[in-house]
Design a protein around this ligand. Sequence first.
Ligand SMILES: [Zn+2]
Length: 326
Amino acid sequence: MYNYKIRLQIYKKNRIKNCTIEYLAYICIDFKKQLSMKTKLLFFAALLCLHFALSAQPLKVIVFGAHPDDCDQHAGGTAALLVQMGHQVKFVSLTNGNKGHHTMKSDDLAARRKAEMKKVAEILGIEYDHLNNPDGELMPTIENRKAVIKLICDWKADVVITNRTNDYHPDHRNAGILVQDAAYMVSVPLMAPDSEPLLKAPVFLYVPDRFQKPAPFSPDIVIDITSVMDKKIDILSAHESQMFEWLPWNGGYEDKVPKDAAGRRQYIIDRFMSRGSVERFREAALSWYSPEQLENCRYLEAFEICEYGRIPDRQRIKELFPMLPK
Ligand SMILES: [Zn+2]
């Protein structure tokens, strides 16, 4: 059971990890005025080592989607870049995706989509988890909220990413509600008594959508994912049941799906990757990249900062997204 002493330890650890070196020096100078300068310097050196050891830990990012291909579509490139840099990413589908097909039975489809998630996890080098809520029936219940809180706490997330709450699909809306409702609750020990609460609140981010009411998506953070586009094509292609079967059938363009591998890769680019990301987010990307750095940019992923989590300043955003130029 979680207790006060552990809470104090986590708090102190987080303070040392996140404070500036000047502040560490101030602690040492101010600490027990009767101590000799030599002792204070030794204390400073020890704190400095602890600070750098804690700061060197990999970033932990968790992405929630309503369906087994949602995280991939919105954050697959960013995840690939983070993993390449030694950081850790986990995708979570809040449903088992058992409705997205026109010929398969629900149970068979859930099993197939589980295998597709596993394949994506292998390609990206991430964890891919899912809850067993039926597709099309995701609700912001207390049970689901507790499950989301536990997943975020157990992952010790620095960044949490999900949908906004305005969307055409009820599962996407409810995914947004469930995750944003966890933003404060991840710091409340009794909400997930078997997990360690996050006293340093994570940054919560939203993925893009096209809806304008009550407010359009704001691209606060934009990532150039051009260098990992092949990996993103691979993970989208891994969701075979969706990209090449269900979505074309549902959208009435089944006859446009190529049969050969090269044609299918181009089809993924045209249908699911371009979607105007550069035209749409280039201007916002210019606050992170120079025009020269964006010269060969073909694909961008964008995120909006949720006001319910920690609000990062520009420096913190660059720490959380270390692929951004210095
Ligand atoms: Zn979805």
